[in-house]
Design a protein around this ligand. Structure first.
Ligand SMILES: [Zn+2]
Length: 116
């Protein structure tokens, strides 16, 4: 009991900026995180399926990125798509390929909005 009290006194605890759980201030001063381990691991596990290559030579790679980057990326992709659609409105083949490429990211966006 003494030991754990001592540890608690030594390690200053601050509330996580996301969920309010107490976490060691060290996380903020040493590592620059103002959120707890739980929130950090949730944030880090954003996988984005990206279709690579062209023609017969395509494969899917899962890119792991932070939630922030992930949102930025999907946002950009949506913008890009909107642009592409405008440009290729009269080219049917292009349109088909775009739809295939986009399926993954779009599904993930739907899942996330359901959760929150
Ligand atoms: Zn937290």
């Amino acid at each position: 009991m003494y030991t754990s009290n001592l540890t608690a006194n030594k390690l200053k605890m601050i509330p996580c900026s996301k969920c309010g759980t107490k976490m060691p201030e060290l996380r903020l001063t040493q590592y620059g995180y103002n959120f707890c381990v739980n929130c950090s691991s949730v944030d880090r596990k954003c996988g984005l399926p990206v279709q690579m290559g062209t023609g017969d030579h395509t494969w899917t790679e899962t890119v792991i990125m932070s939630k922030e980057d992930y949102l930025k990326h999907t946002e950009q992709e949506e913008l890009l798509l909107a642009e592409k659609k405008k440009d290729s409105a009269e080219v049917l083949d292009f349109d088909k390929e775009d739809k295939r490429n986009l399926q993954g990211p779009y599904q993930i966006i739907n899942n996330m909005s359901n959760e929150e």
